[in-house]
Design a protein around this ligand. Structure first.
Ligand SMILES: NC(=O)c1ccc[n+]([C@@H]2O[C@H](COP(=O)([O-])OP(=O)(O)OC[C@H]3O[C@@H](n4cnc5c(N)ncnc54)[C@H](OP(=O)(O)O)[C@@H]3O)[C@@H](O)[C@H]2O)c1
Length: 318
């Protein structure tokens, strides 16, 4: 059996280095299942590694894509009950391909009530948002969130409110995000409104930042001593300057929290996550056939539609 895969053999701009290739599928390793992929989102977390940001951890050639949903088509022994089930084949090889093998114990079964576009993006951003709220609790606090129109920040903002934050504001770029934020009860601040950013940074107990660069520097310069700055992304592509005092700076990386998580805790985390996700608002999505992956990447880069691009990895997945 052959496998159509979006592969990269060198690091660089994803549109330049990714290539659609047909590769033979190896036999399944013991304890693994085989999943025919259906849908996978295009996230910042998928593209950043392709650029070489984590080159020390990635051996080439590699298949892109960290999360998605598919149907189990092969499973042996104790895992046979998974046959035909919709699962997230996570923490295995790259998922931007027709078939993905993953350890059976780490596959997450998707409840029937969850629609495919939500299932496809139920991992990276929801787990990151959930872990940040749990480890840097916003209860009773004033919270400021950047890149507020992103899937991850939208969940962070909603779950910070649900966890008892006193007030939550989000810094956005695209006008469409402002309306969404206000509807969700989140104060929307345009990224060029420096006075409002200065005021909110000065009042904030916690900033969750995914932008870095000059915006992070400006917020840090205005934050109070004892407040917390959680850096979980660098969408600007630029770091911020370290300072000796004032807010406590923390770096959040999902893998630091998952590395030591038991299989039971991993599975339990999703049982808690599904109902939270069903109650939450996420950006609309738009699916592109795998063969049109360049169009999906272009839609991601432009951000004009405000919709999360998804790759439809099998015929009939759209
Ligand atoms: N540390 C971790 O473990 C972890 C885990 C998950 C996600 N993340 C991070 O979370 C962030 C969001 O990911 P996502 O998948 O949720 O993103 P997404 O839904 O694809 O959205 C991207 C958003 O980022 C905004 N954006 C892009 N470049 C920007 C810039 N230079 N300045 C300000 N805003 C910018 C866009 O705003 P406009 O629409 O207004 O242009 C858009 O709303 C990424 O940085 C990702 O790396 C980190």
């Amino acid at each position: 059996m052959n496998n159509l895969s979006l592969r990269y053999c060198r690091f660089g701009a994803p549109a330049k280095v990714l290539e659609l290739v047909t590769l033979p599928t190896p036999s399944i390793a013991p304890g693994h299942i085989r999943v025919r992929m259906q849908l996978a989102p295009v996230n910042a977390s998928d593209l950043i590694p392709v650029t070489g940001a984590y080159r020390h951890r990635i051996s080439l050639p590699a298949i892109a894509g960290y999360e998605g949903v598919g149907i189990v088509v092969e499973a042996e022994g104790e895992s046979r009950w998974l046959l035909g089930k919709r699962v997230l084949p996570l923490r295995s090889e790259g998922v931007w391909q027709h078939y993905v093998d993953c350890p059976a114990e780490l596959a997450i079964v998707v409840p029937e009530a969850i629609e495919m576009p939500l299932a496809a993006r139920a991992y990276i951003n929801p787990v990151a948002a959930s872990l940040m709220v749990a480890h840097f609790p916003p209860r009773g606090k004033t919270v400021l969130i950047t890149a507020a129109g992103s899937d991850c920040a939208l969940l962070l903002a909603q779950w910070a409110r649900a966890a008892g934050a006193h007030q939550v504001a989000g810094i956005y770029r695209s006008p469409a995000s402002a309306q969404v934020l206000e509807t969700l009860g989140i104060t929307a601040i345009h990224h060029r409104d420096t006075q409002a950013i200065q005021r909110w940074a000065g009042a904030a107990d916690i900033v969750y930042d995914a932008v870095g660069g000059t915006l992070a520097d400006f917020m840090l310069d205005n934050m109070r001593s004892g407040s917390r700055f959680i850096s979980y992304g660098l969408l600007s592509g630029k770091a911020f300057n370290m300072r000796r005092s004032n807010p406590d700076i923390h770096w959040f990386l999902i893998r630091d929290y998952l590395r030591h998580m038991s299989v039971a805790d991993w599975q339990a985390m999703f049982i808690e996550l599904w109902p939270k996700l069903q109650r939450s608002y996420l950006n609309d999505s738009e699916a592109y056939p795998l063969q049109q992956w360049r169009a999906a990447l272009a839609a991601y880069q432009s951000g004009e539609s405000g919709k999360k691009p998804l790759l439809a990895l099998s015929a009939g997945a759209m």
